[in-house]
Design a protein around this ligand. Structure first.
Ligand code: SF4
Length: 254
């Protein structure tokens, strides 16, 4: 059974994350709830940096549902084609813009139920929008939060929903609003997905229950090994056939 961090230590963990970064913010570029929905919809399986590059230009041209719907799928594709899965995402962004106009009077809805009706918007995107745009204390479990929740033992779970529900139970109320940002940033920069998370520089290492913590110096060692492993491989020499061996022997004795 997965080991669980005590509630007291979860509180301590968030206290430290809060001290380290008192006002955490999303790293996605957006102007308002609508541009946030678009940015989050575009960010699935892509980096915030890559999405921001595209949306900084896109939002100068289309920053309302009306302008986005008028832009259409093909032209929108020109702006977002550097982002993974862009064809499908462009289709969804135009469709969700039309739905916001037709069904929600041009305003981004504020409830999870309504947000999840928008094409391409799932529970995670709805949670981000509710949290960042409307100040709801939701926790949008992405790959980083899933990893940190499990490694630390703060909220172990087999699915993102299990981790989300687990975190909602143990995170003290005063930290709920920003919990999702702290965990994302911690997962992105310290408790990374690489084999060696930066445990020696982790502010919550003494509270974390992860069994395979990186030891001081271990990271360097791994990098070195990687470099060696990246060296050109020696060419394999095929053993000569019997006839070839005979021919070589003849040549030498001739
Ligand atoms: S100690 Fe290591 S595994 Fe635990 S949270 Fe910190 S970086 Fe992640």
């Amino acid at each position: 059974m997965a080991r669980k961090m005590t509630r007291k230590n979860v509180a301590l963990m968030f206290q430290r994350l809060c001290e380290h970064s008192p006002s955490p913010k999303t790293e996605l570029y957006y102007k308002d709830p609508f541009t946030l929905v678009v940015a989050v919809a575009l960010s699935a399986q892509a980096t915030d940096e890559g999405v921001n590059k595209a949306t900084k230009v896109l939002f100068d041209v289309a920053d309302t549902p009306e302008k986005m719907a008028a832009l259409g799928e093909k032209k929108l594709g020109e702006y977002v084609k550097t982002i993974g899965l862009w064809r499908n995402k462009a289709k969804n962004v135009v469709a969700l813009s039309k739905m916001i106009i037709d069904d929600f009077g041009g305003e981004v809805p504020q409830t999870r139920e309504e947000l999840e009706k928008l094409p391409g918007v799932g529970r995670k995107t709805a949670n981000v929008v509710m949290n960042v745009a409307f100040g709801a204390p939701t926790i949008a479990v992405d790959t980083h939060i899933f990893r940190v929740g499990n490694r630390t033992g703060a909220a172990p779970g087999k699915t993102p929903l299990e981790v989300e529900k687990g975190l909602e139970k143990v995170v003290p109320e005063i930290y709920l609003q920003d919990a999702h940002h702290w965990l994302i940033l911690h997962g992105r920069y310290i408790c990374t997905a690489m084999k060696a998370p930066d445990c020696p520089n982790c502010k919550i290492a003494d509270l974390c229950l992860y069994k395979d913590k990186t030891k001081p110096g271990e990271k360097k060692l791994k990098k070195k090994t990687k470099k060696l492993a990246g060296a050109p491989k020696l060419r394999k020499v095929k053993p000569k056939s019997k006839t070839k061996r005979k021919a070589t022997k003849k040549k030498k004795t001739a």
